[in-house]
Design a protein around this ligand. Structure first.
Ligand code: F6R
Length: 235
């Protein structure tokens, strides 16, 4: 476990993009696990800017997104498909056929099989919910969980509602990689930034491993980096 405390959100994003780009340089056929949400936005922006400048190719890269809402068309502005296209896929030379989302593999074990058939996830990028969720594995999710349909908690629905003009449109269900699925990744980076993640990060750093706090399981992973900023830990 390595913990890096960076100055601010920009520094977290710089460091995250450097780590990801270095991994792609080392292995152009890398399999990435990707998160959406506001935290990795700048990281993706920096990766896209690097592509424009240096043309590091993503043609052989494969990606598996952590989660996707149920009940939204892939083309909906707030779907994670749209998020990924807007923030990354449309800005690099990735083959869209090499990008996978769990909603396309809902039957039990299908997403895990697809990941396995592609060699497993080399590098998983994670954000963290205010309640400690990773992917949409909300508190009390089993550490053994695999990809499945889940109901979102009130906190998560409330947090996500900022992206929707009509509250009724905010999805209440999603498909997420399970905690066990995430833990199979060879390397994991968890990004967190800002005061509103303080409680989640302090719980993660100081509390014991418990499924009340899904992210806490990451302490048992052999190759994980927590990349956080000062605002996450400053009282
Ligand atoms: C998104 C995801 C979620 C987010 C988390 C933090 O794919 O899996 O677990 O990482 O909700 O979201 P932000 O970054 O918007 O605070």
């Amino acid at each position: 476990m390595q913990i890096f405390v960076e100055k601010d959100y920009n520094a977290v994003s710089e460091k995250a993009s450097e780590i990801i780009l270095n991994c792609i340089r080392e292995n152009p056929r890398i399999v990435l696990g990707l998160a959406t949400g506001s935290t990795p936005e700048k990281t993706y922006k920096l990766i896209a800017q690097n592509y424009k400048k240096n043309k590091l190719s993503f043609k052989e890269v494969k990606t598996f997104n952590l989660d996707e809402y149920l009940g939204l068309e892939n083309s909906h502005k707030q779907s994670y498909h749209s998020f990924m296209k807007k923030n990354l896929f449309n800005k690099i030379d990735i083959n869209i056929k090499n990008t996978f989302f769990p909603t396309e593999f809902i039957s039990p074990g299908k997403y895990e099989q697809q990941i396995k058939d592609n060699g497993g996830i080399d590098l998983q990028i994670l954000g963290i919910g205010r309640n400690g969720h990773i992917g949409f594995n909300e508190p009390y999710s089993s550490f053994k969980s695999k990809t499945r349909k889940v109901s979102l908690t009130k906190t998560t629905i409330k947090d996500n509602s900022r992206f929707f003009t009509n509250r009724k449109e905010v999805p209440v269900m999603a498909v997420t990689m399970g905690i066990n699925t995430i833990m199979q990744a060879k390397k994991i980076i968890l990004l967190a930034s800002g005061k509103n993640k303080q409680k989640a990060v302090l719980n993660l750093i100081t509390n014991k491993i418990s499924n009340k706090n899904p992210a806490s399981i990451l302490w048992t992973h052999k190759n994980v980096i927590f990349l956080i900023d000062k605002a996450c830990i400053k009282k």
